[in-house]
Design a protein around this ligand. Structure first.
Ligand SMILES: CC(=O)N[C@@H]([C@@H](O)[C@H](O)[C@H](O)CO)[C@@H](O)CC(=O)C(=O)O
Length: 320
């Protein structure tokens, strides 16, 4: 198997799919976006066509083109490009998985089908296994996001014996706040070399304590640098500084969550912070309001996030 030499770890940006004002995909800015992530945010891994990337709102052909563009533009710049290939149709998911392998992606991830749902672990495993088998040389990640899929099968249960069924299984992307489930995934699989990627950015520090090996999230597009500082502090065992960073990040996320925060708002914030036009979201999502963007901008400035100047310990404590 052509598995990556390095385990997927550290920050993974859940990429936005840039769009034009007409709702078409704006491929022309993806090269610039790669450079921005690497140079300005210190983020060298990406997760394409996931929730933030509106993957399920794109056609299969669009998903393939987006995946290809990220792989092409990320070549020799990014460490790993993981493509989300989950779909309601097993056939489509397999097609996307095969395509990811053909274009040289570093891994694939799959969510649980969420319309006609698998109700037991075994049924879900059977679905995932069929998708994984379509790309037998690619590391496979399960994308656990029960609040959006409605599939509440615990990740801990799913992971029990998973490599016997899915030999390419390499890790879990855990987008849920149940730290008991997450902790048990780590605890019960200590012998394995799985990647445990946490997906709730505002709670990452708690997940690091539980054994997260990395994180996939929307905010790493524009708060990657700050979150990397938190990871470094954690690595140095400076928990107090790491907590300061987490609280600072929480202040921003808490602020925007209260205003109403999702993919549309992520697009608006990324446009503001990076200067790269992300465009509107695709229906059924609605463009973020002007009021939202203005408020988010003011908050980013008050937290010193827009200038990218390093926060000193004191100013971290002082920010509100
Ligand atoms: C529900 C949702 O969109 N969660 C985000 C988080 O990064 C989230 O935006 C962040 O924690 C703020 O709440 C990610 O887990 C999603 C993600 O990784 C993806 O786009 O695939």
């Amino acid at each position: 198997m052509a598995f990556p030499k390095k385990k997927l770890q550290g920050l993974v940006a859940a990429t936005i799919t840039p769009m034009t004002e007409n709702g078409e995909i704006n491929f022309s800015v993806i090269g610039q976006y790669v450079d921005y992530l690497v140079k300005e945010q210190g983020v060298k891994n990406i997760f394409v066509n996931g929730t933030t990337g509106e993957g399920l709102s794109l056609s299969i052909s669009e998903r393939c083109q987006v995946a290809e563009e990220w792989v092409t533009k990320g070549k020799d710049k990014l460490d790993q490009v993981v493509i989300h290939v989950g779909a309601l149709s097993l056939k489509e998911s397999q097609e996307l998985a095969q395509h990811a392998a053909e274009i040289g992606a570093d891994g694939i991830a799959v969510i649980a089908p969420f319309f006609l749902k698998p109700w037991t672990k075994d049924i879900l495993i059977n679905f995932l296994k069929e998708v994984a088998a379509a790309a037998p040389a690619l590391p496979f990640y399960y994308y656990h996001i029960p609040a959006l899929t409605g599939v509440k099968i615990r990740a801990e249960e799913l992971l029990d014996g998973i490599q016997d069924k899915i030999p390419t299984f390499q890790g879990l992307k855990f987008s849920d706040t149940d730290l008991l489930d997450f902790g048990q995934c780590v605890d019960q699989n200590r012998q394995q070399q799985f990647a445990f990627l946490f997906g709730v950015d505002e709670q990452l520090l708690s997940a690091l304590v539980m054994g997260a090996t990395g994180a996939v999230g929307s905010t790493y597009n524009y708060l990657g640098k700050k979150t990397n500082q938190m990871l470094e502090a954690f690595e140095r065992k400076d928990l107090s500084l790491a907590l300061n960073y987490q609280f600072c990040i929480q202040r921003f996320i808490n602020f925007v969550v209260k205003l109403g925060f999702g993919v549309s708002q992520t697009k608006a914030i990324m446009t503001l912070v990076s200067g790269i036009p992300m465009g509107p979201p695709r229906l059924p999502l609605q463009k973020a309001s002007r009021e939202f963007t203005d408020s988010a901008e003011a908050k980013l400035k008050s937290l010193d996030f827009l200038s990218f100047t390093d926060l000193k310990d004191g100013s971290l404590e002082a920010s509100s």
